[in-house]
Design a protein around this ligand. Structure first.
Ligand SMILES: O=C(O)CCC(=O)C(=O)O
Length: 188
């Protein structure tokens, strides 16, 4: 498996600094966790129905909270979203937890998706939907991953449910990782 990003993906290191990361983690700590998946999640802006793979008008949760709104605008600009993200899902991954291979709901969300990593690092694996080519990267804390074009639509992404990853040839135990995924809802 080659270690790099699929076409249309970008990784921005140190997108937030340590102070902002701590501020975000503190706000998330006090946020409304949902436990309907194997991992805990928080939904902001719009609720996403994982089972139906849908967002509908009655799932509008209102504007993003103030601690997220400015960050979402910044992500939207850096990620060239066109229309600023108005939905954020916070995922908490304890060691051993991951997210299965998927492409984010195509009719629900716009053409750019971005994910900010906080806390621990984890390997993300990309697989091309036709042909099965695979690539992988380590998502470092405070980095922002942006998926557009081919990376958004033609490749799945996955975080294997593992307790450790091999990083620079050394097996390293995972620690708690929290991610914020930014999307623009297209249901109107
Ligand atoms: O944790 C991440 O960085 C990715 C999250 C993700 O793929 C998702 O919420 O659909």
């Amino acid at each position: 498996m080659s270690t790099c990003l699929p076409p249309g993906a970008r990784l921005i290191d140190s997108f937030v600094d340590q102070r902002e990361a701590e501020h975000l983690l503190a706000a998330i700590r006090a946020g409304p966790w949902r436990s309907d998946l194997k991992r805990r999640v928080q939904h902001y802006g719009w609720l996403y129905d994982y089972r139906a793979r849908a967002v509908s008008l009655d799932m509008d949760l209102g504007p993003l909270p103030s601690w997220l709104a400015e960050l979402a605008d910044h992500v939207g600009q850096k990620g060239r979203f066109g229309v600023a993200p108005d939905q954020v899902i916070v995922n908490e991954y304890l060691p051993g937890q991951g997210i299965s291979a998927h492409v984010d709901c195509e009719p629900c969300f716009g053409p750019v998706i971005a994910s900010l990593s906080l806390g621990g690092s984890a390997e993300m694996i990309f697989a091309k939907r036709s042909g099965g080519e695979r690539k992988s990267i380590i998502l470092e804390p405070q980095s922002l991953l942006i998926l557009s074009d081919e990376a958004r639509y033609d490749w799945t992404h996955e975080i294997p449910a593992r307790k450790s990853d091999v990083i620079e040839s050394v097996r390293q135990p995972r620690t708690r990782r929290v991610s914020l995924t930014f999307r623009t809802v297209t249901v109107r």
